[in-house]
Design a protein around this ligand. Structure first.
Ligand code: SAM
Length: 271
């Protein structure tokens, strides 16, 4: 309906004019905005609700606006010195996104243990990656492996793309909405880390659709093991039941791993 389209264009312009949401994929803002507009008559209310939703699924994880130029300069300096300076810089930057910050205490074991059975990994698709590609030095990758990464933020993906080039990793980082356009590239491993609960806030069926759509031999799927308040047994049981429920009709073998801050499942999608 033209009236609705006009309101949607206004909403998208209003949301993307703010510094906090300006770098989010326009398609994603449009889809979230359309859903919010359909629930209410007021444009102002729909703009506010769209911003709230974008905060919940993305902005809430970032400390502040990413300082991408400064971080890249820091990484360049560290890369010139090699390890351990590069790993130290990656750790320091990962602390700026809540998801990777929670993984820092388990970084030495998380990828080594979950991926031991399939290492060396020859290609990765890091779905809704946040700053996780900075964990590449901890991943058991094969020489010449490729790394694809995506998230809703253009500026974050430009930064991740520059990081991949800096560490000589082939691949690319791109902005996308994985709810509507899951990347189609075939890979050895898809990382779907702490992403399903986030996507399900926008679309209840998005988790299973994504698991079905990714063209990977294996998917490492994880969930947070605790809330901000600390370790929470209830959350582990809840997310485990959610994953088992999602996979009831799939015959994919699943291996379970429990860490202090994260619950992970390696799903074998080859069958
Ligand atoms: C909980 S964080 C997980 C980040 C990363 N996977 C990790 O574990 O470190 C969720 C991420 O999903 C991204 N995101 C949310 N909705 C998305 C969508 N529809 N398409 C792509 N990325 C999305 C957010 O920007 C955020 O970086």
């Amino acid at each position: 309906m033209p009236e609705h389209d006009d309101a949607l264009d206004q909403l998208v312009r209003a949301v993307r004019s703010s510094a906090k949401y300006g770098s989010i994929s326009e398609d994603f803002v449009r889809r979230v905005g359309a859903a919010e507009l359909s629930k209410r008559r007021s444009l102002k209310g729909a703009i506010k609700a769209t911003k709230n939703k974008l905060h919940q699924v993305g902005g809430a994880y970032l400390d502040a606006a990413g300082e991408y130029s400064r971080w890249l300069a820091m990484l360049r300096g560290a890369a010139a010195q090699g390890d351990p300076a590069l790993r130290d810089a990656c750790r320091a930057i990962m602390a700026h996104h809540a998801s990777t910050r929670e993984r820092l205490p388990i970084l030495e074991t998380f990828f080594a243990e979950t991926l031991a059975g399939i290492a060396p990994v020859t290609s990765v698709l890091d779905v809704a990656c946040g700053l996780n590609p900075l964990a590449i030095p901890w991943l058991p990758l094969a020489p010449g492996a490729t790394y694809l990464a995506c998230d809703i933020y253009h500026d974050m993906m430009d930064f991740i793309g520059a990081f991949l080039a800096l560490v000589g990793m082939s691949g690319r980082a791109f902005a996308c909405d994985v709810i509507h356009e899951p990347p189609a590239e075939r890979v050895h491993l898809a990382l779907i880390l702490k992403t399903i609960p986030c996507l399900e806030q926008v679309d209840k069926a998005a988790g299973l659709r994504l698991l079905d759509a990714v063209r990977a031999d294996y998917a490492l799927v994880s969930f947070p093991a605790r809330s901000l308040g600390g370790r929470d047994k209830g959350m582990i049981a809840h997310y485990e039941a959610r994953l088992r429920d999602l996979l009831t009709e799939r015959r994919w073998p699943v291996q379970r791993f429990e860490f202090e801050t994260e619950l992970a499942f390696l799903v074998d999608k080859r069958g």
